[in-house]
Design a protein around this ligand. Structure first.
Ligand code: NAP
Ligand code: HSE
Length: 440
């Protein structure tokens, strides 16, 4: 393709993130064109509802509700997709790549579900596909795994990669907000997904972890390969007990490599109060990567919100635009060129969570009478699980019940799950309220 004199951008989506991208591209003070070395122009913006008032205000003539106005415009060289969700966004991404347009996307769902197909389309059409904003908002973790950390064998990735759930848990722990209040505030601030169950149930973090693990281990992790536990079972008691035990509760995403397989999981976990991840609050994200050469590297920053996410999208736009401005000799940037198998071939296996060894926190409501603890301890002992501590505090004299919390020494997940199935049916046990992993 000949070098364009002017690089045209087609923006798909003008919501929280799209608004930030449009502001940056339309800002007369912006240095984007200077950084690229060529004029960079926003030519068209696709929205669903053409009659909505827009903030920031966008010249009316740029707006369209017809995707073909972007896909068929030969003056558009890069499509930035910030619609989100699987369809129609994935169809637009494929159409853009197939018609020879470079693509930048913030869409973790599309990349997690269709990454290899999108990459091979980019490869076939010799165009770029970048997706920095799909994980960690303004934190440059995707590019680092694709480039700067390539020399390492990645031993583990451990982090907080969903701003909404971190915001909710922080509010519940620090201000004693209800789950519902904290979620509404996260939605009002533009952190939450269109369907916030994607955040709360760990689906969003699962998409992101599958992208990070695919890049780190050079094979394909599907969203279904990720074990998920949401945050909705957490109650005020859990934060109180965790604090007494010296822990914060954080929404973690972890991929760890051992003996040729990676165990990838998303769940709330107890983290020691003096660990760096315990101090990451609000909508902040943090990702700790352990590499064979670099040791532990920590990335920290705003994981959601208009401008942090726009930073990642516009950064990708500049990188692609620079490659275009460099002319045909500059290679397009694609996954395939970063060594990731685009055919989905797995070189690393997926380890089931059943094989995980971890410490555990179990909260139960039991009958408040002698011998109850002994029955529970017997079952745990039978399954080879060693108890580290027991707390009993909350008694309900009317119901004649008590709340107890047991923590364990390292134990096999499958044994813990088996023992809880046995504990649940004891007639002295009213409820197993929560099972959380402890990440020391
Ligand atoms: P959003 O506020 O809901 O905005 C979505 C935009 O897409 C809206 O402008 C909407 O048009 C447009 N749209 C929706 N369906 C469409 C369709 N069928 N055809 C044409 N346009 C359509 O979403 P967002 O929060 O900006 O998120 C966008 C993407 O960024 C998602 O993939 C999300 O996961 C990702 N992301 C978001 C954040 C964040 O903090 N929000 C952070 C990182 C990544 P109307 O305005 O006309 O309704
Ligand atoms: N809903 C996502 C979050 C947006 O809360 O982290 C950023 O991807």
């Amino acid at each position: 393709m000949p070098e364009p004199d002017e690089i045209g951008i087609g923006l798909m989506g003008l919501g929280v993130v799209g608004g930030g991208v449009a502001s940056a591209l339309l800002d007369p003070e912006s240095a984007i064109s200077r950084k690229v070395g060529r004029p960079v122009t926003l030519r068209r913006v696709l929205v669903r509802d053409g009659s909505k008032e827009r903030n920031p205000a966008i010249p009316r003539e740029l707006l369209t509700t017809n995707p073909e106005d972007i896909l068929d415009d030969p003056g558009i060289h890069i499509v930035a997709e910030v619609i989100g969700g699987d369809q129609p966004a994935t169809r637009y991404l494929k159409d853009a790549l197939s018609s020879g347009k470079n693509v930048v996307t913030a869409n973790k769902e599309a990349v997690a579900k269709h990454g290899p197909e999108l990459m091979s389309l980019a490869h076939q059409n010799q165009v770029s596909l970048l997706f920095e904003a799909s994980v960690g908002g303004g934190i440059p973790i995707v590019g680092c795994l694709m480039n700067q950390l390539l020399a390492n064998d990645i031993r583990s990735i451990r982090g907080i990669i969903n701003g909404t759930t971190n915001f909710i848990l922080t509010r519940m722990a620090q201000d004693h907000s209800s789950f519902e209040q904290a979620l509404s505030e996260a939605q009002a601030r533009g952190y939450a997904e269109a369907d916030p169950t994607n955040d709360v149930d760990g689906i969003d973090a699962g998409y992101k972890l599958s992208i990070l693990a695919s890049l780190a281990y050079h094979c394909r992790f599907q969203p279904d390969d990720i074990y998920r536990q949401g945050i909705s079972s957490l109650e005020a008691n859990d934060f109180r007990y965790a604090g007494e035990l010296g822990y914060a509760i954080k929404p973690l995403a972890i991929a760890s490599y051992s003996h040729g397989a990676v165990c990838a999981r998303v769940h709330p976990a107890l983290v020691p109060l003096d660990h760096m991840l315990a101090k990451v609050d609000g909508a902040y994200n943090a990702v700790e990567v352990e590499g064979s050469l670099c040791g532990n590297v920590l990335f920290h920053g705003m994981g959601a919100g208009r401008f942090p996410t726009a930073s990642a999208v516009v950064g990708d736009l500049i990188e692609v635009a620079r490659a275009l401005a460099g002319g045909p000799s500059s290679p397009p940037v694609t996954f395939a060129q970063h060594g990731m198998a685009s055919d989905g071939t797995a070189t690393v296996g997926v380890a089931p969570v059943d094989d995980l060894t971890s410490k555990y926190y179990v909260r139960l409501t039991v009958a408040d009478r002698p011998g109850v603890l002994a029955q529970i301890a017997n079952i745990l002992g039978d399954e080879g699980i060693s108890i580290a501590s027991v707390i009993q505090k909350d008694s309900d004299p009317e119901q004649q019940t008590a709340g107890i919390v047991i923590t364990t020494h390292p134990a096999l997940e499958s044994s813990v799950q088996k023992s809880l199935r046995r504990v649940r049916v004891l007639d002295v046990v009213r409820e197993v309220n929560n099972l959380l992993r402890i990440e020391d």
